[in-house]
Design a protein around this ligand. Structure first.
Ligand SMILES: Cc1cc2nc3c(=O)[nH]c(=O)nc-3n(C[C@H](O)[C@H](O)[C@H](O)COP(=O)(O)O)c2cc1C
Length: 133
């Protein structure tokens, strides 16, 4: 089984240099630890899926939770699943192409209220868009 974890947070000091640094670290570390996933980002929100061995995922989420490049880290779903959503990506970057929520909807809590299935669907769509881009 694969442990799949999805969380959201609020970017703090968001710009392309910060994002590039996060992605470079993520890709280097994740490849080493058998972790795959995607980071969907917009100025108002990060939405990330990480998947891999339970211990590796929990250790990574503990590090991410205390990272000062974002605020209000909120766990949305942690589940044991049969397979990976993003097996080919150490950390896919998606500039919010794959979701349907406006900033106003995010502000009203749309992501927090989304079902696990709806959240997983967002990442499945990111994977499809990346493979056909
Ligand atoms: C939004 C966000 C997503 C992150 N995603 C990952 C990730 O997927 N993998 C990772 O190793 N670090 C990720 N990080 C960075 C970690 O918080 C932490 O800085 C890093 O794992 C430390 O690795 P290092 O000791 O190799 O510098 C992320 C940070 C932020 C703010």
């Amino acid at each position: 089984m694969i442990t799949q974890l999805i969380y959201m947070s609020e970017p703090f000091g968001y710009d392309s240099a910060v994002l590039s640094a996060i992605l470079a670290t993520a890709r280097r570390n994740n490849a080493r630890h058998g972790i795959t996933g995607a980071l969907i980002c917009r100025h108002d929100v990060y939405l990330q899926l990480i998947e891999g061995d339970a211990a590796a995922i929990d250790q990574l989420f503990a590090r991410i939770s205390v990272d000062d490049r974002h605020l209000a880290v909120t766990l949305l779903n942690r589940a044991e699943v049969a397979g990976r959503v993003l097996p080919d990506w150490a950390m896919l970057h998606d500039p919010a192409r794959s979701w349907l929520w406006s900033s106003a909807e995010v502000g009203r809590g749309a992501i927090r209220q989304a079902t696990p299935a709806a959240l997983q669907q967002v990442f499945a769509r990111a994977a499809v868009e990346a493979s056909t881009a």
